[in-house]
Design a binder for this molecule. Structure first.
Ligand code: GLC
Length: 443
């Protein structure tokens, strides 16, 4: 497999060129819609089939191995191209591709919040998966739109608290914080101590504060842990304007420039991970993928950190909340090789071996339930077992109830929360703003 690293710009240029060249840009074999479930692939039949899959901006550990495995298993030669790192930018790019009817990307990873937005542009993958019942049923249901399986669960995700076990010990703490106010206090004390020893770039807590989908995830965790609801409840009630959400956002805003760098309001996952992994933060909020990278060769903190559930809100009965994330393998309805693409996507997402590769080399959470009892996986990633309840009780963003309007809902939410973090408005103003904009949008 060769991996092309294309910037967003290059992808857009490529897309424009290929769209212009249409319909002459016929790159593949004719479409054969015969993908019966469970049929063994005939590698010889696909030896000449070349497909393009759009995956991460930067390959995550295990991706290359999983792609090589599925290329071999299926006999289909898939070339991986990079998509934008930000989920918000990635959705915009996919919508551009689909809007142009472009089949240049055959297979793509889609976010757990997108089935309702993208369903009309994706094929039904039901015929390609013979072990659907092995996946978490809630994710299968999430990915099924009007009876069509628009994405095969690839991995699930949940927000976690990463902490420096060595520093906790150094500063005399018994364990990680269980409430946000404890985290605030501990992060401040460790930051002060480390700076006092000359680490002038050291910060207490790094997270995702940029105005994009990732902030929706972080802010929902603060809010929900404070008993502040889910923005729009599953029954459609717009619940955001409440004192608990206000308290949560006020607390988060108080971190900026104190225990978190002012620049955290421009951070996505990778910016936070870079500060963390170079040894310059005591705590980080991030997804499980950062675990294997943090234990890797390039990391300054390998062996010195652990992960746990995010802190509880400072209210009676407050509980830590993890936002539910995760990605699915999908096939474009504009692909000229839908059948081959469907078979390859099924290998990547539903072959237990492929999920196992990405769980043990990387640290992606499987969606095939039995893999949480796999001895090799549990040995490589012990937190998959110890935090299993966190993963299975993660809080969903309101993407099912708001359907194809979810992206507008999230954009309103992260834009207004971001303005609290940057000091442009109060938390109270933000929840009023979000409420009234959501009322206009949804009612
Ligand atoms: C992770 C999650 C995804 C979420 C994104 C936000 O990739 O898996 O669901 O939307 O982060 O940045």
């Amino acid at each position: 497999m060769s991996r092309k690293t294309l910037s967003l710009m290059a992808v857009l240029m490529l897309m424009a060129m290929l769209v212009a060249a249409c319909p002459a840009a016929d790159t593949g074999a004719p479409v054969v819609q015969d993908g019966a479930a469970g049929e063994a692939a005939d590698p010889a039949a696909d030896a000449d089939t070349e497909l393009t899959a759009m995956l991460w901006a930067t390959a995550r550990p295990g991706d290359e191995e999983a792609v090589a495995y599925c290329n071999e298993q299926t006999g289909i030669n898939v070339e991986v191209v990079s998509g934008p790192e930000s989920a918000t930018d990635r959705l915009a790019l996919y919508l551009q591709f689909f809007g142009a009817g472009s089949g240049d990307i055959d297979v793509m990873q889609i976010d757990v919040i997108w089935p309702g937005i993208l369903a009309e542009h994706l094929i039904d993958l039901t015929p390609y998966v013979d072990n659907l019942e092995d996946h978490f049923p809630a994710i299968v249901q999430n990915n099924t739109v009007d009876g069509s399986l628009v994405g095969i669960p690839w991995f699930t995700d949940a927000g976690l608290l990463y902490y420096r076990a060595d520093l906790l010990e150094k500063y005399g703490y018994d364990g990680p914080p269980s409430t946000w106010s404890q985290l605030t206090e501990m992060a401040g004390a460790i930051q002060e101590g480390e700076r006092g020893e000359g680490l002038s770039d050291f910060w207490g807590f790094v997270w995702q504060g940029n105005a994009y989908e990732g902030l929706t995830c972080d802010a929902l965790e603060w809010q929900y842990s404070f008993g502040g609801g889910q923005i729009v409840e599953p029954d459609g009630t717009i619940s955001i304007n409440n004192p608990n959400a206000i308290a949560a956002f006020e607390l988060a805003a108080s971190w900026v420039g104190n225990i978190s760098p002012s620049g955290v309001t421009t951070y996505q996952e990778e910016e936070a991970r870079n500060v963390w992994q170079t040894g310059n933060a005591a705590f980080m909020r991030n997804w499980p993928y950062a675990y294997s990278l943090g234990q890797g060769e390039d990391s300054a903190i390998a062996g010195n950190f652990d992960v746990t559930v995010l802190p509880a809100g400072d209210i009676e009965g407050g509980q830590g909340a993890a936002t539910l994330g995760g990605w699915q393998m999908a096939v474009s309805a504009y692909s000229e090789n839908q059948d081959a693409a469907g078979r390859w996507a099924a290998c990547m997402a539903s072959d237990p071996e492929a999920q196992k590769i990405r769980a043990t080399i990387g640290s992606s959470l499987p969606t095939i339930q039995s893999l949480y009892e796999d001895a090799d996986i549990l040995e490589a990633r012990p937190f998959f077992g110890s935090l299993f309840d966190v993963f299975t009780n993660a809080v969903a963003r309101p993407s099912t109830v708001t359907g194809d309007q979810y992206n507008e809902v999230s954009t309103i939410y992260f834009t207004e929360v971001h303005r609290v973090l940057t000091g442009e408005q109060t938390a109270e103003e933000a929840v009023q703003q979000i409420e009234s904009q959501l009322q206009d949008l949804l009612q």
